[in-house]
Structure formats: C-alpha cells, structure tokens
Design a protein around this ligand. Structure first.
Ligand code: PLP
Length: 415
C-alpha cells in the first residue's frame, strides 16, 4: 500500500463512506476536515500540506507528542521479549509496572488492575466500590466526564446518556466543587464519590482549595469510597505527577489512562488502597480484561513514568505554564469583551469565554490559524488548550499568536 498517496487522495472519501459521514459533517463545520498524513512532535501535517499544533493532545494522550522516538524504541525493544501476554496467567511485566505505580501514587495505594481505556478503568473502580461497601449510590459532578462505558456513562451528563436507558440505577450528580451539596447527597447508601481532579470536558474548572480535603473527610465519615479520576489531569499535565498531590489528599482509588500509553500502546489502570483488596482476595478472577495490561504496553508505560517523574520534566511543564498564563493574561486584557477568565494548572488550560457561541467560533478560527483545540463539550463557552507537555517555547509563542489572530477575527465577526 502506498500510504502517502492513499492518505492524500482517497482516505477522506473512504472515511465519509465507510467510517462516519456524520462526523465529517461536523469536522467540515469546524475546519477539521483533514486527514493527518504525518504527525510529529506537537505537529499534525494534513493531506493538503497544511500543519497544525495539536493543542488537544487527545485529552493528554500525546504528552510526549506524536510518535515519540524514545517510546517507539521502548515498544520495539519490548516486542523482542513480550507480546500482549495471556491475561489469565501471571505476568512479570504487569508485576513490575504495578510495583512502580504503588511507589509513585499517593499514600498507601498499592494494587493495580490494568485495562485498555479510561472508561473500563472507571467501571472497575465503581464495581469495586459497590462490592466493597454493598451499597448502590454513586455520586459524580454535573459536567464531569468519566467515559462512555456502562458505569462510567452512568456518572455523566444527560447529553451523552439520554438515548441509552435504562442505565444502571443509583447514580446522582452534584455541582463540582460544592461541598455542601455533596454532604447533603451523601448518606448510608453511598458507595462512592467520583470526581476528575480537574474536570476537563467541563472546560478545566479548578476546584476550591478545600474541596478535595472536604471530599476525603466526608467519605471517611460516611464510609464511602473516594475515587479520583486522573485520566486527563494526571501524568505531569498540571506540573505535578498527579494533580491530586496539590490537595494533599490520598484517594481510595485512582484511575488513569490516556497518557499512560505514551501514544503508542493502549493502557489504563485502576490503582487502589489495600483495604479494598479484600474483595479481590475472595474473588480474584471476578474482573478480567483480555487486552488490559498488555505486556508490551507495560514496558512502554514504565518508560512513560520514568520520563514523566523526573523533577526537571515537571519543572519545565510549570515554566511553560507560566508562559501561557502570561500570554493569556495579555490577551484577556486586549479582548475583555471576549474573555472572562483564564484557568491554568500546568498545561491544562481553560479559557472561559464571555458567551457559549465563542467556544465553537474560536475552535474554527484557531484551526484556520494553525492550531487544533476544541471547546469544552459540557460547557461550550470554555476553550480547552492542552498541548503536548514537550511543546517548545517557540511553539508556545506560535499558539499565542494564533490565539491573538483568532481573537481579533472574533472581535471583527461579532462587531
Ligand atoms: C477524565 C476522563 N475519564 C475517563 C475517560 C474515558 O477514557 P477512555 O476514552 O479511554 O475510555 C476520559 C476520556 O476522555 C476522561 O476525559
């Protein structure tokens, strides 16, 4: 197959005919109607010879950019020794990765069950919480997002789940960051409380400093399991290895995915404290995943953790965050009618726009100006900027310039 020729000449037509005409319609509207031909570092090169900085990073998958050489090398090396592995047999690769995660996660979090995607890992967290507590209720946040699988879907907003009922019962939502509302909802039937550390699909909402310590306290008082979803916020995204470290809180279960794969092999993980393992001691084969924790993926993930955990890597993320914060503050000063607030935690950035129409409009303008970023599905007034963590200062300047051009175009458009 001549991939270069196919991608440039035929892939878009085949995508429309065999994958999804509906998606292509939306991509055309947003200016995303391109087929990537070659992706490298922070850049996507399309079939018409244009290039874009990927400021989506697929929600944190591309922390090391597209096709990172060090991780490709690791995958190739892993294939000399391992394959996916048989999920019903023991695995040295899974043992080594679980040990590393126990070292790196907060407090006494010790055990890990591996999966392929984040939704699967969330589903398991909820299964474990219900099994451990023998209670039904699961509380999540309005605007939160934990995936499209069974229990994960049930935690989410109506928009995603209204066509698929009846869903699993027992799921309720409260406003994110509101301890009083959470306290009111928690009772003796509550199995678990699940929040993203920083809700991404809700437009990067930074919780009040006392929120997670308060959640921890309420869970302790009511005997509920505290689940922390670090699928987007974890792995260096906020300038710390785990976003929850900022709040000095040890959750009972941490869920991670996306960037764990290094963008070259799928991997997700549900990590939990020893007291929750009692259930698995009694039922060690109650949850399995054929592709979960593939052995070659484990070796890639070990490398991802080694690179991400380096203090100089995390310090660089914080420095890049400052560059964005400074640039965005200037843009807010120049365009007060468009921008209400900037929310920066490391390279997890939300731009709160003055109106819900501005998120989609800014998405389109940015694509035209060489940046792929998307408004937040659960709050279209918010623009999400999540570049690869390896973005250079020159590339940050390019993104800020594209934002400046796009804001000016929006001002002219709405004038
Ligand atoms: C915070 C969060 N949790 C869970 C998921 C689900 O992950 P996956 O799409 O890999 O199932 C996502 C996906 O975007 C997410 O953003």
């Amino acid at each position: 197959m001549d991939w270069e020729k196919y991608l440039r000449e035929e892939a878009l037509t085949d995508y429309e005919k065999y994958v999804s005409p509906g998606k292509l319609r939306t991509y055309r509207f947003l200016g995303f109607d391109f087929i990537p031909v070659k992706n490298e570092g922070v850049w996507i090169h399309d079939h018409k010879g244009r290039k874009y900085v990927n400021c989506r990073s697929s929600g944190g998958v591309f922390n090391f950019g597209h096709r990172p050489q060090e991780l490709i090398d690791e995958l190739e090396k892993a294939l000399e020794l391992f394959d996916i592995g048989d999920h019903l047999l023991m695995s040295g690769a899974r043992a080594a990765l679980a040990k590393k995660l126990a070292e790196l996660t907060p407090g006494d979090i010790q055990y890990t069950v591996f999966g392929v995607g984040g939704g699967e890992a969330v589903d398991l967290a909820i299964k474990l919480s219900r099994a451990h507590t023998s209670r039904p209720k699961v509380i999540s946040a309005f605007g939160g997002y934990h995936g499209h699988t069974g229990f994960a879907l049930a935690t989410g907003d109506e928009d995603f789940k209204k066509y698929f009922g009846p869903l699993a019962p027992g799921f309720v939502q409260v406003p994110f960051g509101d301890l009083k509302a959470l306290e009111k909802e928690m009772d003796e039937t509550t199995a678990a409380v699940i929040f993203e550390t920083i809700p991404a699909t809700y437009g990067i909402k930074i919780p009040p400093a006392d929120f997670f310590p308060g959640v921890r306290k309420l869970c302790d008082q009511r005997g509920a399991v505290m689940i922390d979803d670090e699928v987007q916020a974890g792995l260096g995204r906020t300038g710390r290895l785990w976003a929850i470290e900022e709040y000095d809180v040890v959750p009972d279960i941490m869920v991670m995915g996306k960037g764990l794969s290094g963008a070259v092999y799928p991997m997700s993980a549900t990590c939990f404290r020893p007291f929750l393992n009692k259930f698995f001691e009694e039922h060690p084969f109650i949850h399995v995943s054929t592709m979960g924790g593939s052995e070659v993926g484990c070796l890639v993930t070990l490398k991802v953790l080694e690179l991400t955990g380096k203090p100089e890597f995390l310090a660089a993320v914080r420095k890049k965050s400052e560059l964005f914060a400074k640039g965005l503050a200037e843009l807010k000063g120049k365009h007060p009618k468009l921008v209400r607030e900037n929310r920066c935690k490391g390279l997890m950035i939300g731009i709160g726009m003055a109106d819900a129409k501005y998120g989609p409009l800014l998405t389109m303008a940015l694509a035209k100006n060489g940046v792929i970023a998307l408004f937040a599905h659960n709050d279209p007034s918010a623009m999400i900027i999540m570049p690869p963590l390896i973005i250079s200062e020159a590339e940050i300047a390019f993104v800020l310039e594209a934002l400046e051009k796009s804001f000016s175009e929006l001002e002219n458009f709405s004038a």
